[in-house]
Design a protein around this ligand. Structure first.
Ligand SMILES: [Zn+2]
Ligand SMILES: [Zn+2]
Length: 132
């Protein structure tokens, strides 16, 4: 576990462990119902706040599928990563290279200094492709 700038409370730890041990991205509502089934007493608003915190800390990645308003969250242990997201099953597949390795954006401000970027591709995973 990497160093964190926040206190890992009991409730945060429960959400952390759940995301770490689930192999597919979860929505806040899914996390809520899984924890409810385990008789954990955590409010949905607490889950949203915790997910926001984890996202800002780089512990989880939030994916949004175009056309859907629901965000999925999944655990990551790498700071620089790009992903492909399956629009059917929400499976997340790592992209092993970075587009900025070979692409230099032409910005109209020539002194613009890039410090961060995002890149995600959307489509259908091999499994969903097969079953279509
Ligand atoms: Zn899929
Ligand atoms: Zn990159």
């Amino acid at each position: 576990m990497k160093d964190k700038n926040f206190r890992m409370t009991k409730k945060r730890k429960i959400i952390y462990n759940l995301l770490q041990n689930t192999d597919r991205p979860l929505t806040a509502v899914e996390i809520f119902s899984i924890l409810k089934d385990k008789n954990e007493d955590i409010w949905l608003s607490t889950i949203y706040r915790t997910l926001e915190l984890f996202k800002n800390e780089g512990i989880i990645v939030q994916t949004e599928i175009p056309g859907s308003e629901i965000s999925h969250y999944f655990f990551t242990d790498e700071s620089h990563k790009h992903y492909g997201v399956c629009m059917n099953c929400q499976k997340v597949i790592s992209i092993t290279d970075c587009p900025l390795d070979s692409y230099k954006p032409s910005l109209s401000d020539s002194d613009f200094q890039i410090i961060d970027h995002r890149f995600t591709v959307y489509g259908y995973c091999s499994n969903c492709n097969k079953n279509k």
